[in-house]
Design a protein around this ligand. Structure first.
Ligand code: F6R
Length: 607
């Protein structure tokens, strides 16, 4: 989704702006632009498509400038075009602005400004900010900025430069993230830590409502009431290597192969030595004393981890547990109360739908526990308790390693919760922990069979639609398998609980139509096996994913992927690995843009 960068310092701003935008490419975007302050005033360059094209255009100008802002846009208001790409410049050319988020009252503001004679060049909600900044400027920067901010409704992060403030970068944060970095030759700004990789040695994550006024020499922070506030730069732990593909052709494949370590680090971080005392979860016993119901909330793949987690929490804690799609949570009357524990799952920690649901749950007095991959993200900061998954930065838009780290986190959390609640005894607890500790190795084992799975992927690339079926924890995996396949290969896919097929969907089965059947949950193996036979007897083709223990039961099925055995509760995690590889190799065969699928964004910061 949209990304912001900014620079003020001793060096030319353009290389950082362009490199920073390249590092934000993974978030998903459709156009990009920069604005710099030169001796001619504010100059801009924009283009639709990739940052590489912007680089070609910008390099021709040979801009000489020490101050600038840049943006990658993911269209929300107005078509994908240069005209709508950021930065937007004010009427007289005094201000340029880049914006993330949505100005909800932009239409009213635009009408007012139009009445006053301001001409608009774009269809965006963001352009009103540029004109307002110019109109409200009274010579006193902070009071002028406050005047503008007061008029804006919605969530936003703004990067601003002003023609008359030759070495001043201005940043404003309301709900949408912004980070300020300090390097050897100046200050950097970005909507995402990733853009600061390799340039900033120290950083500050701006708080909601803060304004930062940054010159070559110093960064000054103000609260929303205009009072200055002291902020200390902290050493950044930014590692450029996570932004490199290494020997892998795509980030997605690299991240698929990072899953043994992502799950291992996450599990070890949470479970310490595998004993029943863990520092990271020491808050659990007292929290559980008052919990009578659990909601697990997320979007997309994070929601799928919630579905898988629901089965595990229900069995191990005996507490009623519901998995809820965050955007639905916001619009329904779910009976969240003081004694509800709401677990919000998010890789980015910035997903607007999840943030909105979190706010709603908080208002209702629920305890908020989040499972987040990005430290200092908005969801982490707004939660009562946070568990960080240890997947490391995830670059490919389609999540893989963050998804599996979320799963192992929910599993571990459920096992500890069940034990603390007295639902599972010491022996059972040790059994579940042992099973969990073996999962990273089993993932590695599946990855060793990449070539075999790749062949199935190639086969699927010519399909016009694919069904994914499973029951219970297998169904949670089917949902994720279908999403992964459709988002990167663009093949329409649907996931069904296997038992539901005969209630309607089986009418789609015809000779040669393809179903990926998940059949790893031992307790329901026979039932799903019956559903598979119902498909086969109607001429439908099957790719079966099952476990070693069932090898002998499935000899009649030619196309199958056999994965290691584990407890029924945890099969979803192991099933994800062949499903991710299937999606990857199908998309690769089709020549799709795997790391940056069309229309998608890594961090979805609009509702
Ligand atoms: C799918 C995918 C998305 C995200 C969803 C939530 O591969 O990546 O479905 O899972 O947009 O994002 P986060 O986890 O950042 O809240």
């Amino acid at each position: 989704m949209c990304g912001i960068v900014g620079y003020v310092g001793k060096e030319n701003a353009v290389p950082y702006l362009l490199d920073g935008l390249s590092r934000l490419e993974y978030r998903g975007y459709d156009s990009a632009g920069i604005a710099v302050l030169t001796d001619k005033g504010i100059e801009t360059e924009k283009c639709t498509g990739r940052v590489a094209a912007l680089r070609d255009k910008a390099e021709k100008h040979n801009f000489s400038c020490n101050l600038g802002i840049g943006h990658t846009r993911w269209a929300t208001h107005g078509e994908v075009s240069e005209r709508n790409a950021h930065p937007h410049v004010s009427y007289k050319g005094d201000f340029a602005v880049v914006h993330n988020g949505i100005i909800e009252n932009y239409a009213t503001l635009r009408d007012k400004l139009k009445d006053e004679g301001y001409a608009f060049l774009s269809d965006t909600d963001s352009e009103v900010v540029a004109h307002l900044l110019e109109r409200d400027y009274n010579g006193d920067l902070i009071s002028s900025l406050m005047n503008t901010v007061k008029k804006l409704e919605g969530a936003f992060a703004l990067g601003i430069i002003c023609k008359n403030l030759s070495d001043t970068l201005i940043l404003i944060r309301k709900e949408s993230p912004l980070v300020v970095g300090k390097g050897k030759d100046g200050f950097y700004a970005a909507s995402d830590m990733g853009a600061l990789c390799g340039v900033a040695e120290e950083s500050i994550t701006m708080n909601d409502g803060e304004i930062a006024v940054i010159t070559k020499e110093k960064a000054t922070f103000y609260l929303s009431d205009g009072n200055e506030v002291f902020r200390r730069f902290e050493k950044s732990n930014l590692c450029a290597s996570s932004a490199e593909k290494g020997d892998f052709p795509h980030f997605m494949l690299k991240e698929i192969f990072e899953q043994p370590s992502a799950t291992e680090h996450t599990y070890r971080f949470l479970s310490s030595s595998g004993t029943s005392s863990t520092e990271e979860l020491s808050f659990l016993p007292s929290l559980l004393q008052t919990t009578d119901r659990i909601y697990i909330v997320g979007c997309g793949s994070a929601y799928h981890t919630a579905v898988a987690g629901k089965y595990v929490f229900e069995k191990l804690t005996k507490l009623p547990t519901e998995a809820v799609i965050a955007s639905e949570f916001c619009t329904s009357s779910i009976p969240v109360r003081k004694n509800s524990l709401c677990i919000f799952v998010s890789q980015s920690g910035e997903t607007a739908d999840t943030l909105s649901a979190l706010k709603k749950a908080k208002e209702k007095g629920a305890t908020i526990l989040s499972v987040v991959n990005v430290p200092e993200s908005s969801i982490a900061r707004k939660s009562h308790k946070v568990i960080y998954t240890k997947a490391g930065p995830e670059i490919a838009v389609a999540t893989t390693k963050a998804y599996s780290a979320q799963l192992i986190t929910l599993y571990t959390l459920a096992a500890f919760s069940g034990y603390y609640l007295g639902v599972i005894n010491d022996g059972d607890f040790r059994y579940y922990m042992r099973e969990l500790s073996c999962l990273p190795k089993k993932i590695k084992n599946i990855l060793e069979r990449e070539n075999e799975i790749a062949e199935f992927g190639k086969l699927l690339s010519s399909e016009s639609s694919i069904r994914f079926i499973g029951r219970n924890t297998d169904y949670a995996a089917a949902m994720e398998g279908a999403l992964k396949m459709k988002e990167i290969s663009y093949i329409p896919c649907e996931a069904y609980p296997a038992g539901e097929l005969k209630h309607g969907t089986i009418s789609l089965v015809e000779k040669g139509s393809i179903t990926v059947a998940l059949c790893c949950n031992d307790s329901i193996f026979k039932k799903t096996a019956n559903n598979i036979e119902e498909i086969r007897s109607r001429g439908g083709d099957i790719i079966l994913i099952t476990t070693e223990k069932h090898t002998e039961d499935v000899t009649v099925i030619n196309r199958k992927i056999i994965i290691p055995d584990t407890d029924d509760l945890f099969v979803t995690l192991l099933e994800a690995i062949p499903l991710q590889l299937l999606a990857y190799y199908t998309a690769k065969e089709k020549g799709c843009d795997i790391d940056k699928p069309r229309n998608l964004a890594k961090s979805v910061t609009v509702e």
